[in-house]
Design a protein around this ligand. Structure first.
Ligand SMILES: [Zn+2]
Length: 148
């Protein structure tokens, strides 16, 4: 029996999840899907500059697995850049360090489901990282009660 795929740990969700070359009509645009764990591999290795061992540790995978994820990510990014394809970042087998918070019902979720980031309690896709809440320290909207 094949083992269930192990989830890769990522530190954060992508801030932007879609990149496209400007001026190309959607009908002519080819789209590649980069998974969140693939983006994390690029971030750790190419952006943060960690070595493979550290990257693998951070994502809680073996080094060969990390190597494979990174190679796949590189291939896709190279293809998009050289052939003018769009990149959609979504899905993948990952869990977020610290989990997710549903902004609609407040449910905490540990991992993304097979269909992506959807709250198992209320079905909302408005999931955020709890840490990003702290930054939102600024004045809250609707202090005065507001309308409706
Ligand atoms: Zn919810």
């Amino acid at each position: 029996m094949p083992r269930p795929p192990k989830r890769r740990t990522v530190d954060s969700l992508p801030r932007h999840d879609y990149f496209k070359p400007p001026g190309v009509p959607l009908t002519e645009l080819e789209e590649l899907r980069l998974s969140v764990d693939e983006l994390e591999a690029i971030r750790l290795k190419d952006r943060e500059g960690f070595n493979h061992e550290t990257c693998a540790e951070r994502m809680q995978v073996s080094r060969p697995t990390f190597h494979r994820v990174l190679a796949s990510a590189h291939r896709k990014v190279a293809e998009a850049l050289t052939e003018g394809k769009a990149i959609r970042i979504e899905g993948g087998r990952f869990r977020l360090r610290g989990g997710y918070l549903c902004r609609r019902c407040g449910q905490m979720v540990r991992e993304n489901g097979s269909s992506g980031l959807i709250c198992p309690k209320c079905g909302s896709e408005d999931m955020v990282q709890p840490a990003s809440r702290r930054r939102r320290r600024r004045r809250r909207r609707g202090d005065s009660g507001g309308r409706g």
